[in-house]
Design a protein around this ligand. Structure first.
Ligand code: 2P0
Length: 335
């Protein structure tokens, strides 16, 4: 008897938030308490192969060659939504790999769930719009909704209880303002407190959390205006402010969430010097990990990468342009 296999390959790139997401209004549907704004990268990627197979008894997930049972329930939950839409019940084998360190503040869950929903919807031969796919990816990881799109992306808070309006949308294509990002990698270790648990800790214990959440809309408006005007200095100012404000909320949590290391602080100080003393077009942002991302004008990227590589504790420097949203790959690429 012929086995009924449905397979597809997809790729997605991580994104880096300039106006940060830190807090949920609902943990079941993974609804953000506030919006966020990000840029999608091109040099880092997740590639995912999925095969739905009627002979499988369970879903399985292999990440970088190893079974990952910890992430599997969220993967299955996303697949269930798409299976229901397609009217199929068969289980899936998911094989995924990243060309960058997993779970160390480089948003591997963002590219991972974006690639997953892209591959799965193609394998299932359904074609929901990208906006809907972003709501499915969001249920795996809030930041993943943004990686469905390239360039500059806005994530909406949404008002509905079912999360149908908590989706991402593109603001500007990558080539409409081709900034670059230099990532200073300071560890390949996984972070001790994951983002989801960290956000809940901040919501429950940080005295700053509600002010942080209520300040995000104004930051989004300011950042959107800066992007529309291609005003790098204004974007630098609001992005660094959003980053530091989020880390203030993290630090004010109990027990505190301290994601920075000495190398993180040294990179931040250097980036401020490069901008204020040397006049380079660069600003920093830092997520729930110790890596520092320097967002910069393309003509300054080489000098910034060379400078960051000299900081004690920086073990690698990765350069990236801005990239496209999640896409389907030719099968041979995902081997
Ligand atoms: C961001 N982060 O906006 C912020 C900044 C981390 C710090 O989005 O719980 O891994 O899966 O929705 O997507 C990380 O959040 O969290 C994140 P969940 P996710 O990029």
């Amino acid at each position: 008897m012929r086995r009924n296999l449905m397979t597809a390959f997809a790729q997605a790139q991580p994104n880096i938030a300039l106006v940060k997401y830190w807090g949920k209004r609902d943990t079941t549907l993974n609804l953000p308490a506030a919006g966020s704004l990000s840029i999608t990268l091109d040099a880092l990627w997740t590639r995912t192969r999925i095969t739905f197979d009627a002979s499988l008894e369970n879903d399985s997930l292999e990440l970088n060659g190893r079974q990952d049972t910890r992430t599997l329930p969220k993967v299955s939950a996303c697949l269930d939504i798409l299976r229901q839409l397609a009217g199929v019940t068969c289980k899936a084998q998911v094989q995924t790999r990243n060309n960058f360190p997993t779970a160390a503040g480089l948003a591997s869950s963002a590219s991972g769930f974006a690639a997953l929903v892209m591959a799965a919807s193609t394998a299932l031969n359904i074609s929901p719009d990208r906006r809907f796919l972003s709501t499915v990816a969001r249920q795996g990881s809030g930041s993943a909704a943004r990686s469905l799109y390239g360039g500059f992306v806005l994530m909406h808070t949404g008002m509905q209880d079912d999360g149908s309006d908590a989706f991402a949308e593109p603001l500007l294509e990558a080539n409409q303002w081709p900034l670059e990002v230099v990532v200073a990698i300071t560890t390949h270790e996984q972070k001790s407190v994951g983002s989801g648990a960290g956000m809940e800790r901040s919501r429950q214990t940080s005295p700053f959390h509600s002010s942080w959440i209520s300040s995000v809309d104004a930051d989004l408006a300011e950042a959107t205006q800066a992007i529309n005007m291609r005003d790098f200095e204004a974007l630098a100012d609001i992005s660094e402010h959003s980053c530091l404000k989020m880390h203030a909320d993290m630090l004010a949590s109990r027990p505190p969430l301290m994601y920075w290391t000495a190398a993180t602080v040294a990179c931040i100080a250097l980036i401020r010097d490069l901008r204020e003393r040397d006049g380079l077009g660069v600003f920093f942002t830092v997520d729930a990990g110790p890596q520092v991302k320097a967002v910069c004008l393309p003509q300054d990227a080489a000098q910034i990468a060379a400078a960051l590589a000299t900081v004690p504790g920086v073990i690698d420097v990765v350069r990236s342009g801005l990239g496209e949203g999640a896409s389907i790959l030719a099968p041979e690429k995902a081997q």
